[in-house]
Design a protein. Structure first.
Length: 317
């Protein structure tokens, strides 16, 4: 049980929705209905993929995280390095059956896009590439958060290798990564980890992120044909303004504000997508979305309460 709880903690439950909901958007926009294979992909991108993404990340970030006051809360686990090594191995084994099922049950391009996501995630976290430690490339690699949308589109039968909406989402991923590196800037610099925030500083990184969020707003307005859609970027631009000099507690508030913006905007987009579907299909997608949200939030809250219990703290000592 302890290992399962630790795996959930490592996987950042509040970030599960960033990968699972775009998958549903893609399937809804193409196929319009959800079958068992689609639910299987949703489950993969809810917990197993995030476990696969973050367990190796935490292992190679151990020295930095040990200096980071945010770690050990909702923003990430603080775990002994030998235990992290075991979790990294298990996380890789866990995604393998899902990859095989995708190859067997879904259109070939779905396997291509899922494989791309897994390879890019590994290249970001692990040597010899370890793109996370290469400034600018670290943020550009965060296009990986757009790939679940493309996986959903491919699962629904789309034939384009990259859809224009995925490009807009990719711009969000780049800006989001740059913005969140601001919160870890001092810890990364002290540990000798080179990130975009270490290279450009807080103000320069905030401007870099803001430029990408402006592209998100412009792209959303162009794709929807509605200028008001550009307002989608406004919460993130506000966070960039805060990020110009986010240190200490203000850095913690910046990251939490980022999480709140993601959940709020993601929920709004999900509702808009469901509104375009026939009632019977919308109910199916809505039920899966609500269940996924409940699991993600429940896992995050439950794990936090458990970690704060006197019994757990005594055991940790």
């Amino acid at each position: 049980m302890q290992n399962i709880l630790k795996a959930i903690e490592i996987s950042r439950p509040l970030l599960w929705l960033n990968t699972s909901m775009p998958l549903l958007w893609g399937i809804a926009a193409t196929r319009g209905n959800l079958d068992g294979a689609g639910v299987l992909l949703f489950v993969l991108l809810l917990f197993p993929y995030n476990y696969f993404l973050h367990a190796p990340n935490d292992y190679f970030d151990f020295e930095t995280d040990a200096r980071n006051p945010r770690k050990g809360g909702i923003e990430g686990a603080l775990t002994p390095k030998p235990l992290l090594a075991r979790h990294a191995v298990v996380s890789c084994l866990l995604v393998a059956p899902f990859l095989a099922a995708t190859w067997a049950l879904l259109p070939p391009l779905t396997t291509v896009s899922l494989g791309t996501l897994l390879i890019l995630s590994a290249a970001y976290n692990a040597p010899p590439t370890r793109l996370k430690g290469k400034p600018i490339l670290d943020s550009l690699t965060n296009v990986l958060y757009a790939i679940p949308l493309q996986i959903g589109l491919h699962a629904g039968g789309a034939m384009a290798l990259v859809d224009p909406t995925v490009l807009v989402f990719a711009a969000w991923g780049i800006g989001a990564h740059a913005l969140t590196t601001i919160t870890d800037r001092d810890e990364d610099a002290a540990a000798g980890v080179r990130t975009i925030a270490v290279l450009l500083g807080r103000r320069g990184t905030a401007l870099f992120a803001a430029a990408w969020f402006l592209l998100v707003g412009a792209g959303a307005a162009h794709i929807t044909g509605t200028p008001a859609a550009a307002l989608l970027a406004s919460p993130y631009l506000a966070l960039c303004w805060i990020g110009r000099d986010a240190r200490g507690e203000s850095g913690r508030r910046l990251y939490r504000g980022f999480l709140v913006a993601n959940v709020t905007i993601g929920a709004a987009i999900t509702l808009l997508v469901l509104a375009q579907l026939p009632t019977s299909d919308a109910i199916g997608f809505g039920a899966v979305a609500v269940a996924g949200t409940a699991v993600a939030l429940g896992a995050s809250i439950g794990r936090t309460l458990f970690s704060r219990s006197p019994r757990r703290r005594t055991a940790a000592r």
